[in-house]
Design a protein around this ligand. Sequence first.
Ligand SMILES: [Zn+2]
Length: 308
Amino acid sequence: MKLHRQLEMELPFSSYKHHPVFGYLIHCSKGAQPLKEWNEILLVKQIWRIITKDNSLWSVWVNLVKLKGQSFWDIAPKQSDSWGWKFLLKLRDKVKDHVGAEIVNGSIKYHWITNGGKNVPFSTQHVWIDLKSNKECVSWYDAVWFKGYDPKQAFILWLTILNRLNTQDRMMKCLPFQDLECDFCGSEADSINHLFFKCDFSLKVWKAMKNKLIYRGLTDDLQGIIQGIALYPFKRNIWCILNRLVVAACVYFVWQDRNNRIFRKEARSEDVLCRIICSFIQCKLLTFKVKQSVVVNKVEGIWEIKWL
Ligand SMILES: [Zn+2]
């Protein structure tokens, strides 16, 4: 029983199936799409655990009970296998070209091979980029994934641009009898368009942050903002980085606060959110190496930082 519970926790699909909300959404075509994709990414994580033989209960169980000494790459699905296990085996084709290994000090070290052929440590972000997003060669790719991006924030921004956040307008298609309202302003159900940045609350946050940009020609709607950024391909100059950091941080922290309001009943004011975004950007900016210039001095003044 204990083992069963532990496996449920380690297997993302089974835990979603038993979740009161996600369990329902998984059967609802439109709302389920982002979850399905995200779930696939999490299943790749489980595959990674099996092949790297980490010490998780899941990996030990699969190697002992399912594989019994056979290779994960060669084992054939049996009719009696659960659909979850069959699904996992199906994913092998997508994953196999991304798995690399080398011998380091006598032991095998695994790494993920990106679509560009780079060896990187395994992470769900890399899986997402390589298996899902890179298929779409979009002009705004580097507006999100630029050198110096914050992984969590870039990921949320990417989902936002692809309209894959579970906003209330999507939920209402699955739960038609629910009347949901934006937790910031209460004027309508939240949606990507509303949250970024038609809502009075998030618009105030965005405008305050936009005032701290060197390039202020960006509009007040996310689509326009991303198009505006994509007009200027990424170069390692500070204003290019600053634009991208600020947009991703605004989207991330607004989305985080929206979720905190719904799920934790915690609310922060616009001013507090702006302060949080500011301190994040200040810390992030200081991680870059810069050469002194008029623009760099301007950034130092606006953001009250000093590069050494
Ligand atoms: Zn609102």
